[in-house]
Design a protein around this ligand. Sequence first.
Ligand code: GDP
Length: 445
Amino acid sequence: MFATLSDRLADTFKNLRGKGRLSEADIDATAREIRIALLEADVALPVVKEFVAAVKERARSEEVSGALNPAQQIIKIVHEELVTILGGETRRLRYAKSGPTVILLAGLQGAGKTTLAAKLALWLKGQDKTPMLVAADLQRPNAVQQLQVNGERVGVPVFAPEPGNGTGNPVDVARASLEEARRKLHDVVIIDTAGRLGVDQTLMQQAADIRDAVQPDEVLFVVDAMIGQDAVTTAQAFLDGVGFDGVVLTKLDGDARGGAALSIRSVTGKPVMFASSGEKMTDFDLFHPDRMASRILDMGDMLTLIEQAEKAFDTEQSMKAAEKLGTKGGFTLEDFLQQMMQIRKLGSMTKIMGMLPGMGQFRDQLENFDEREIDRLQAIIQSMTPAERDNPKIIDGSRRARIAKGSGRQVSDVNQLVDRFFEARKMMESMAKGGGVPGMPGMPG
Ligand code: GDP
């Protein structure tokens, strides 16, 4: 799921990398690429339009032009807009204040409703509930039996009409199930209704009749995410015919393009509440818009990192450092030390590196990273006189020996630091021209 969209967006952002300032043309090109990426992912056109317009507007604002790194800011904006179209906050189940909570499932045949009913029941058990499943799908042969098999797999009782009484009335079954739930002290009742192959008025009416009879706390529309835009059309029909409070997306493990997940909230105004992502009973969870957006952008915890970097890295300080590059004194060891301290503020270096996508392969190196390195660098710089910090060129042999002694390090450590500083300064200068991420040069390693 979302693989193509992820790749497309990654390419789009790659083109922005290293740009210090975004021109109108950059923004237009980015917007165009995002638009294509979303359309290819089968996102509904009105949703695409709204999305792209929002990103474009924000890309032109102060939020981006004043940002530490405009390209990263765009990624952050796209992430936030994705969270918004996915529904913002995670919508949790509403439980009844008294008596059993009634959850009614509706959806097309093959959507994965029966499987979902059992998964939801298992999930509820994990929430310390004592659910009961109700087989009110008396249309499809074997539907009752299938629910019973699934119920058994998750250890949840199934209320069903007597065998051989398959022509019973689903409204009566649903009503009777509530009595049973009260008697047996079940606190949640999950009613599986008959699916339909297409949008069918009679069956729609039946679901509406069950709804009226049991007054559910939540009506959940179950839809196969793999059917793409059709999911949105079907959702609209169910919204008109039965009405629902939330959506459950199934088969998110499929290799579909993900358009349903991205469109359904905006089109129906109803939140996606749960996601089902596999054949196993445990392949099911609450739907978290923020996590889904991060997954689409395939960026590990990159966003957390960007946010932390923004908080920790004092923009003013970096501006000062950048400005100094143009002055006579240039970037000094004092600035270098300040930058080290800024990096240190980001927290554990190992943790920072671990947040970057694709860093898993370097785990060994990361674990061997010695955080005390920054402390040692700091001790060396602090053993220098202000004149030496301002103008490292004057640090000759005898000064190096004195600094080494003062900081309790070897002369070779001092040499290394001075070399590194000059390297960092060179990097700072080229970055100031190219507009890359400031504040990261000379990282020990
Ligand atoms: P219903 O007609 O809506 O009750 O649908 P079923 O529960 O019978 O599911 C239809 C088919 O989809 C079955 O073969 C399920 O095993 C399969 N299925 C259901 N949920 C998922 C899912 O999340 N991922 C995958 N891959 N298959 C699923």
